[in-house]
Design a protein around this ligand. Structure first.
Ligand code: SAM
Ligand code: 2KA
Ligand code: SF4
Ligand code: MG
Length: 218
C-alpha cells in the first residue's frame, strides 16, 4: 500500500531541473521527523517546510498497487487531458516526506511504462531502488548518508552541522546550495546572503532558489 499526501502538476522549482513541467507525488511520512510541530525541536531534521502527514491533500490517498498509483499520476500529465505537449517527455518527481520509505522498483517500472522519466528528492539516508533517472540528495545535518552518488546534491544552507565541505568530494554531477527558508521557532531563518557568499567563494556550488515560492505557484 502506498500512502500519498498529495499529487499535483507544477513546475519543478529547485535544482538542476528547475522550470520543468512535472507531476509531483508527495508521499506521506518521513524517517527524520514525525511532521508534528511539537516534535520539531527534537527531530533529526528541524527546518522542514512541508506538511506530509496523512493522505488528505489534493489528489492524495492510499493506493493498493503500483499500477493504481501510476495510473493516478499519469492522469495529472496534461497530455492525458487533451492538451498539446509535443516534444515534452513526461516527468514525475517523487518527494515527501521521505519518498524512499515507499518508492520501489515496481512503481518506477510502471511510470517508465507510461513514458515518464522518474526523479526523486531524498534526504539520502535510505538506499535507493534501481531505475531512477534523476536522483537529488539533500543531506540533513549529521544524519549518515546511505547514498553518496547521484545527479545532484542539493544542500540547504546554512546548517551548522552540515557544512558544504563535508559533501564536496562526493560523486554527484551537480552541487547546489539552497538558502534555508524561514521556518518556525528559533531556526536561523533566511540564509540567502550567506548562501550567495559561499557560492561566490566556492564556484563548485551553484545557487538553487525555490522558484515555485517566488512564482507563488505551490
Ligand atoms: C520537503 S523535502 C522532501 C524530500 C526529502 N525528505 C528531502 O528532505 O530531501 C524537499 C526539498 O525541500 C528542501 N527543504 C525542506 N525544508 C526547507 C527549507 N526550510 N528551506 C529550503 N529548502 C527546504 C529539502 O532539503 C529537499 O531538498
Ligand atoms: N514546485 C515545487 N518544486 C519542488 N521541488 C522540490 C519540492 C519538494 O517539496 O520536494 C518542490 C515543491 O514542493 N514544489
Ligand atoms: S527529511 Fe525532508 S521531508 Fe523529512 S523533515 Fe527533513 S526536509 Fe522534511
Ligand atoms: Mg517543497
Amino acid at each position: 500500500m502506498y500512502h500519498v499526501k498529495e499529487a499535483f502538476y507544477t513546475l519543478q522549482g529547485e535544482g538542476g531541473q528547475a522550470g520543468r513541467a512535472s507531476v509531483f507525488c508527495r508521499f506521506s511520512g518521513c524517517n527524520l521527523w514525525s511532521g508534528r510541530e511539537q516534535d520539531r525541536a527534537a527531530a533529526a531534521c528541524r527546518f522542514c517546510d512541508t506538511d506530509f502527514i496523512g493522505t488528505d491533500g489534493q489528489h492524495g490517498g492510499r493506493f493498493s498497487s503500483a499500477e493504481a498509483l501510476a495510473e493516478h499520476l499519469t492522469a495529472l500529465w496534461p497530455d492525458q487531458q487533451g492538451q498539446d505537449v509535443r516534444g515534452a517527455t513526461p516527468y514525475v518527481v517523487f518527494t515527501g516526506g521521505e519518498p524512499l520509505l515507499q518508492l520501489d522498483e515496481r512503481l518506477i517500472h510502471e511510470m517508465h511504462a507510461r513514458g515518464f522519466e522518474v526523479a526523486v528528492e531524498t534526504n539520502g539516508t535510505l538506499p535507493a531502488p534501481a531505475g531512477i533517472d534523476w536522483l537529488c540528495v539533500s543531506p540533513k545535518g549529521e544524519n549518515r548518508l546511505a547514498i553518496t552518488q547521484g545527479d545532484e546534491l542539493k544542500l540547504v544552507h546554512p546548517q551548522a552541522d552540515a557544512p558544504p565541505e563535508h559533501f564536496a568530494g562526493l560523486a554527484f554531477a551537480h552541487f547546489f546550495l539552497q538558502p534555508m527558508d524561514a521556518a518556525p521557532a528559533g531556526l536561523r531563518g533566511d540564509g540567502m546572503a550567506e548562501t550567495v557568499t559561499y557560492c561566490l567563494a566556492h564556484p563548485q556550488w551553484r545557487l538553487s532558489l525555490q522558484t515555485h515560492k517566488i512564482a507563488g505557484i505551490d
